[in-house]
Design a protein around this ligand. Sequence first.
Ligand SMILES: [Fe+2]
Ligand SMILES: [Fe+2]
Length: 132
Amino acid sequence: MRLVNWKDEYSVGIKTIDDEHRELIETINRLHEELDSPDRKRTVPGFFKRLMVEIKTHFAHEEEFMREHDYKGYIAHKQDHDLLLDELSDIMEAFQRSVEVDSVDLSMRLDGWFFRHFHHYDTQLHQALGPD
Ligand SMILES: [Fe+2]
Ligand SMILES: [Fe+2]
């Protein structure tokens, strides 16, 4: 199940950040696919780990970019990054604990997890600091 496709309107106009968002969407899509596979108990933990590494790297880049530009929304944006890391840990744990995996529920949580932040905080960042 491919859940999310990259759209040009997602671009924040900053190349490294756009490239990372594109990669994150790819990883989330792979994770959605793996959640449906019969072998998921074996394959999914690796994808969660990969997503965790990618998202931490991405947040570090975004935060550095905001600090460099004295972005006024920095604190709220960073707080939401920290919250997202906690939420991803919770989703990972829910998967690991479950005997019967509810892949639809996990997929929806994963999707909401990324896009809630992306459509709000990253869009504001683009409006403040991105190219016209
Ligand atoms: Fe962000
Ligand atoms: Fe982002």
